[in-house]
Design a protein around this ligand. Structure first.
Ligand code: SIN
Length: 483
């Protein structure tokens, strides 16, 4: 396949057209504070246009054989992959993550397109043994319809492809509202989708600073049959309420407060590597980052010292610097939150073992930090840190560890490190989380179901479960069969 390098549209995408508007908003490089581009600040009217376009496009797209949709998605995967470098550069410019991580995210994002291109062909129904001689029972899977997706800034490509590829593979059409901090990656992958042959109206992108106005149209319109959202629990709850009147299906991937448990019988090197990967990936800005590192007394001091040694090797710099392992945080609010949580912990008796300040690289760069002696009364134990700060808590027994780990309304990811297989299995079963990493700090990929329990959300993304989220099951009863 011949490819042309991706260019970055700065218009929004509605019905296959690049839209401009009277007002626009800036996209800022968090490493430099400089404006990269401006994109349209769309409102309710354009959002309605996008829903109209997605509704018009639904009939033809959903009627295509799954194999035809698969061919288009496979071309989209090829184009994303062929454009890894420019997409990664764009991501680092608008989101800040190190280029090596940005390249990894392009591959991660593309993997969902590849996976769902295949999985869409396997949207199987069932035949069910009858209860009456003259009847036959069958179920078929059908696309749910028009989908609205509201996506976050921390994974500005992968969180879009994870939703869009599954929706399109199922035969749905979609309207994406990307985060206002990172609209350019959304527009770039949407352009590649058009280049791959996704028809007008099937994939629309509404850029806006006015999330409530756009969200209201998307949630009020009865033609939108599903909302998929990744972001904070507070916003997720509001969207959940707003979707009640039209009884939409929901996938909510909300906040986490991941515990990472290290038992005395853990392999120390594995525990440190796992904690580093889980905590400091994307400068601590993932929903599955270890938020509380719970360490058993017998290994606590050795683990803390080894973690500090590893953290002090991290290199804080703009993501374009080849040595960078920690880029800037997304904006000033993120820095303020990290500072407030750290200050509260220190005021209540925790100790900074390393870091604890803004880095000289610029106002949005935070020094990777380890805080020891964290206790349950501290805000850092209840709130998602979303920054490069490891909070270490001490525990004595397995029962204490499980109680501490589950002492949160959230339940997205959890991690545990132990060489004892029985303990690992027993604890993994008892942790209240949608995903558990055993002796591993990063587990996300396209073939496994990603999602949470409790107030971390509803539904799963990726894997066969991720396709099902965009399908309805229809039962057909075939009567009057001559026996
Ligand atoms: C997220 O932070 O929401 C996603 C993280 C991942 O996919 O691993």
């Amino acid at each position: 396949m011949t490819t042309t390098p991706v260019t970055y549209p700065t218009g929004a995408l509605i019905d296959g057209q690049w839209i401009t508007s009277a007002t626009s908003f800036p996209v800022i490089n968090p490493a430099t504070g400089k404006e990269i581009a401006r994109v349209p600040n769309l409102g309710a009217k354009e959002t309605q246009d996008a829903v109209d376009a997605a509704s018009r496009a639904l009939g033809a797209w959903s009627a295509k054989p799954a194999k035809d949709r698969s061919i288009v998605l496979r071309r989209w995967f090829d184009l994303i992959t062929a454009n890894t470098e420019p997409l990664a550069q764009l991501m680092t410019a608008e989101q800040g993550k190190p280029l090596s991580e940005a390249r990894g995210e392009v591959a991660y994002g593309a993997s969902f397109v590849e996976w769902f291109a295949e999985e869409g062909k396997r949207a199987y129904g069932r035949t069910i043994p009858t209860t009456v001689a003259s009847r036959r029972y069958i179920t078929i899977k059908q696309p749910i319809g028009v989908v609205a997706a509201i996506t976050p800034w921390n994974f500005p490509i992968a969180m879009i492809t994870r939703k869009v590829a599954s929706a399109l593979a199922a035969g749905c059409t979609i309207i994406v509202k990307p985060a206002e901090d990172t609209p350019l990656c959304a527009l770039a992958v949407a352009k590649l989708a058009l280049d791959a042959g996704v028809p007008p109206g099937v994939f629309n992108v509404v850029t806006t600073m006015d999330a409530p106005a756009v969200g209201k149209v998307l949630t009020d319109d009865a033609r939108v049959r599903k909302l998929t959202f990744t972001g904070s629990t507070a916003v997720g709850k509001a969207l959940y309420r707003q979707c009640a009147d039209t009884v939409k299906k929901l996938t909510l991937e909300l906040g986490g407060n991941a515990p990472l448990l290290i038992f005395d019988d853990a392999n120390l090197d594995q525990a440190v590597a796992g904690a580093m990967a889980s905590k400091y990936r994307n400068a601590g800005q993932t929903c599955v980052c270890a938020n509380r590192i719970l360490v058993q007394s017998g290994i606590y001091d050795r683990f803390a010292a080894a973690l500090v040694a590893a953290v002090e090797k991290l290199h804080v710099a703009p993501g374009t610097d080849a040595r960078c392992t920690i880029g800037p945080l997304i904006n000033a609010d993120a820095i303020a939150k990290v500072e407030a949580l750290s200050a509260d912990a220190i005021a209540k008796g925790a100790k900074v073992m390393t870091g604890g300040t803004v880095n000289a690289a610029g106002p949005l760069f935070y020094q990777p930090t380890v805080i020891s002696g964290v206790t349950r009364d501290m805000d850092i134990v209840r709130e998602e840190i979303f920054g490069p700060v490891a909070a270490l808590m001490r525990f004595e027994t397995e029962a204490d560890a499980i109680a501490l780990a589950n002492d949160t309304p959230f339940g997205l990811a959890a991690y545990l490190f132990s060489q004892n297989l029985s303990r690992a299995w027993r604890v993994a079963e008892k942790l209240e989380a949608g995903m558990v990493g055993v002796n591993d700090g990063i587990f996300s990929n396209e073939v496994v179901p990603f999602g949470g329990v409790k107030q971390s959300g509803l539904g799963r993304e990726g894997a066969a479960e991720g396709l099902d989220e965009y399908l309805e099951t229809k039962f057909i009863c075939l009567g009057a069969i001559d026996a």
